[in-house]
Design a protein around this ligand. Sequence first.
Ligand SMILES: Nc1ncnc2c1ncn2[C@@H]1O[C@H](COP(=O)(O)OP(=O)(O)OP(=O)(O)O)[C@@H](O)[C@H]1O
Ligand SMILES: [Mg+2]
Length: 304
Amino acid sequence: MYTVEAINLTKKFGEFTAVNDVSFQVRRGEIFAFLGPNGCGKTTTIRMLCGIIVPTSGSGRVAGFDIRTESDRVKEHIGYMSQRFSLYEELTARENLEFYAGVYQVPQAKRQPRIDDLIAMAGLEGRDGELTTNLSGGWRQRLALACSIVHSPPILFLDEPTAGVDPVSRRRFWDMIYELSEDGVSVFVTTHYMDEAEHAHRVSLMSAGRLIACESPESLKGSSIPGSLLEVECDPVVPALELLTAIEGVKEVAVYGSLLHVVVEPSEDRPAQVREALESHGMDVRRVEAIRPSLEDVFISALS
Ligand SMILES: Nc1ncnc2c1ncn2[C@@H]1O[C@H](COP(=O)(O)OP(=O)(O)OP(=O)(O)O)[C@@H](O)[C@H]1O
Ligand SMILES: [Mg+2]
């Protein structure tokens, strides 16, 4: 059964189309990552699904409710951590949870045990009496997540929840996401971090309002042809990039840390040709090797 369904969703702001004919489904317990450049329409899509803004055309169902006609019911059944989530700075961590338990009308008898569970889940034991303003980024993010699920929603929308958070804190945040997913919660999450997208069950990529891919990370990476991506370690990098862009059989070149990733028309002697082209211009070539693409390669290729 699908918990989130978008059918030809479109949103226009005046003449500008922010979301253009987007359709997808999310299953129970699925972690669905939503990726794409700044301004491509991720937040707008989430806001339509959460019943906050009305689509210009198309439709959607969330937790079985129509996002147009039953937006109040939708809001009762979701957790939403927006890109600019708000915690009350002058309240303690526990008081924030109590506040949100009130907003979401968690029954009185259930509030304290639920809040205790969430404090444990967020790893906030012993710190729940601290003022929120004194908590650092990673703690705040986990507290915000805890606040957004205080009413135990079956569906969770997270809009760039880990932006600006250090890697260890991001890992701890994702441990919470896995736990929720194992309990059957559908998690719809936007991110700019490829390592996070690798850990989703399915990844969709948006570009200029359109959905251009929606598959598992494995199948996205597997869709490229073997031998079509070469990794090149050479010096100097930038002139090598310019040179390679111009040679036959090369489709795309991108800088990848201190390396180059070169998309080529696959052929057995392609690595040797690339090496020869660089060496004939006096460049120091340490390695040319066919590799399997990472998710980042797939996306850069899809977006260029
Ligand atoms: N209320 C609005 N009125 C006019 N234009 C808007 C409005 N909301 C969003 N937009 C525009 O729609 C486009 C999509 O915005 P959106 O916030 O959905 O992008 P995003 O993918 O979430 O980007 P980011 O990664 O930066 O968060 C942008 O060009 C934005 O300027
Ligand atoms: Mg956004």
